[in-house]
Design a protein around this ligand. Structure first.
Ligand SMILES: Cc1cc2nc3c(=O)[nH]c(=O)nc-3n(C[C@H](O)[C@H](O)[C@H](O)COP(=O)(O)O)c2cc1C
Length: 208
């Protein structure tokens, strides 16, 4: 599917069908999301995949009645890291060293810079940075899903402490940033027929 066709095809689904996506579809979408760009390549977030209806029924109580949390194929949760320590930077430098086939010691300057920028800052500053990176992954997730004709609905209207508590995220230095049910649209989802509301091209694009 051409990219503009895919982006015009997608919309924020209000009502999903009962169809369950194959593991292959879900894994391909997750792999596309894993390949997202991020600042310094740090990817300070994790993607939780919830298929269990029992767990989603519990999460629904923290979702302001948005039934698609339960009634969709899978629920994806992008959770951002809330702090960075030396080990986090060390692991990243190790990955870079392996990918570029260089020795860790040749990356000492980079390591010191990352430490200053991300370890020696407040948790609040780091979380803000991490959530920005999570949103880049979200955009990639939405576009990738559209190109695969998988439906999505981004949701931020949730009780974040409720999600974090139920999922035990604080213990893992994570917090829920955004959730996204995925699946296939229901044939009678009224939103499927609604026109897109978008700022016009001439208003959006400023050529200097
Ligand atoms: C960051 C973000 C948060 C959103 N939160 C919700 C939400 O809590 N519930 C919901 O039904 N839709 C939510 N949406 C969907 C938007 O309402 C929808 O994307 C927007 O109206 C544009 O319509 P379209 O995606 O159907 O083209 C959210 C979208 C984004 C990008």
């Amino acid at each position: 599917m051409h990219i503009l066709q895919a982006l015009n095809w997608r919309y924020a689904v209000r009502k999903f069908s009962d169809v369950v996506l194959t593991e292959q579809q879900v894994d391909e979408l997750l792999e596309a999301t894993r390949l997202s760009a991020s600042s310094y390549g740090l990817q300070p977030y994790r993607i939780l995949v919830v298929k269990s209806k029992a767990l989603r029924r519990q999460l629904l109580t923290y979702s302001h009645g948005q039934g698609k949390v339960l009634h969709s194929s899978h629920l994806l949760i992008i959770a951002s890291k809330t702090s960075a320590d030396k080990a986090f930077i060390r692991q990243h430098v190790q990955r870079v060293a392996l990918a570029r086939a260089v020795h860790n010691r040749d990356l000492a300057d980079m390591s010191a810079f990352l430490q200053r920028s991300f370890v020696d800052v407040s948790d609040q500053q780091f979380t803000q940075f991490a959530e920005q990176q999570a949103y880049v992954a979200l955009g990639n997730l939405l576009t990738s899903a559209a190109s695969m004709q998988i439906d999505t609905c981004v949701i931020t209207g949730i009780d974040v402490p409720g999600f974090d508590g139920l999922l035990g995220l604080a213990e893992k230095d994570l917090t829920t940033t955004v959730i996204c049910p995925i699946g296939l649209r229901h044939w009678d989802d009224c939103r499927a027929r609604a026109d897109k509301t978008r700022v016009s091209f001439s208003e959006m694009i400023v050529r200097l």
